[in-house]
Design a protein around this ligand. Sequence first.
Ligand code: HEC
Length: 149
Amino acid sequence: MRRGSVKHILATLVLLLPAGALADHELENRDLRNGRALYAVHCASCHGAKLEGQPNWRRPGKDGIRPAPPHDETGHTWHHDNQYLFDYTKLGGKALFEARGLPEIASGMPAPAEELTDDGIWDILAYIRSIWPDRIRRIQATTNPRHKR
Ligand code: HEC
């Protein structure tokens, strides 16, 4: 067989791997204890010590600002891909929506304290994921675009 066709077959095999097989590497091998500790300091006051969110989180306030949703399986955090969750956390809601051309959307989600590093954010997100049942983790993994590496 010519080398070119071997390469072609390999490339095709990679494309045929189930979604999720390659898609989750940002959250692999993370420090879950650190994520849990950072969550308690930076996120729990709004999203709940048990990731349960704020009461009546589905109902926006009079100012149009939504309460903090849960991060457990009853919320919609797991509907989003890893990078979106990272950007949301890193930028805060207002800057994220502005960056996406939606400045009119109000948000109660602040940008985090400066001391929270990118690695810290990934650890928090990995901790949040570690709370989800397997089924939810598998579904969330399919929202991630396939990675090249
Ligand atoms: C001051 C309260 C507050 C704090 C602290 C806070 N959040 Fe939020 N967060 C919110 C609110 C309110 C929303 C609802 C959406 C909006 O208004 O933008 C939200 C939404 C989110 C979302 C989007 C969820 C979805 O399904 O759309 C993510 C992800 C998120 N927060 C992560 C975090 C993480 C991680 C931390 C800690 C580093 C954190 N938040 C700290 C208030 C907060």
